[in-house]
Ligand binder design. Sequence first.
Ligand code: GRG
Length: 288
Amino acid sequence: MDAALYLDRKRARLEKALDNYLSGEDSPLFEAMRYAVLGGGKRFRPLLLLAGGEQFGADEELLLPYACAVEFIHNYSLIHDDLPLMDDDDFRRGQPSCHKKFGQALALLAGDGLLTLAFEILAAAPAPKNDHLVKTRVAAEIAAAAGPRGMVAGQWLDINFGPDNHDPVAYKEMASRKTAGLIRVSATSGARLAGAPEAALQSLDSYGLYLGLAFQLRDDLQDLAQDRSSGKAFRPNLARILGLPAALELLETWLGQAARSLAGADLDSDLLTFFITQLQPARFEEKS
Ligand code: GRG
């Protein structure tokens, strides 16, 4: 089946599952959580988790709770990142950000609620073939990617990335924790639950890392494109540090490394390759 069509179907099931986890409670807190999660979003990470599992024949029923947990963690990070004391964004996905709609206290708690709910879901998730060691390992890897050695640490590095810091190595360290970590663990978790061999998991880990770095760089390129139209100067990001041509070249390099990670392990299916093509820089080249 066509990868795009297949993922559209998976996305529809995912939306239902996310909605179910957030249903049954009629409170301002749940309203804020539903607002933040159900108002769009590409669902890149949970779809990647489902695709990795699918590649090794896992059932959707097994994978969906893990996919939802990863998406809830991602949405918590966006709510908190948008708060005035962090990135201070008034809009998210074209709508007022959670704190603009519900106030800062409720937005903060909606983020806390989603993060905690993710681990409640993981604790209750089915174990593949009743193998609780695999389940625990996947939950621990997701926690590590999100936690104080992963995304939280990356956010702190980002906050402290000074306007004069033009060091691409420091930037890569920040991006690999802040953005790539959750994408990386999404690339491996479904496959680990499906019983994929260790060598394949290592290749998926490398694929996820380069996909994640490319994801952040693409976001930076989008910011750079907006700088040009607004004429304002902003905090450094890798695209701003390198300039458009070099940033585009690096994006291609990282996407190429993601593709090679797949091909080296014979995992270059249409489905897994689709996530790479989603990050291709064609749109930016038109503007340069
Ligand atoms: C608050 C602990 C904490 C962490 C926040 C991920 C993150 C860390 C902040 C987001 C900042 C940002 C805009 C990073 C660029 C890459 C990125 C994660 C973009 C948003 O993710 P998408 O494009 O969003 O997957 P959708 O709306 O599709 O879910």
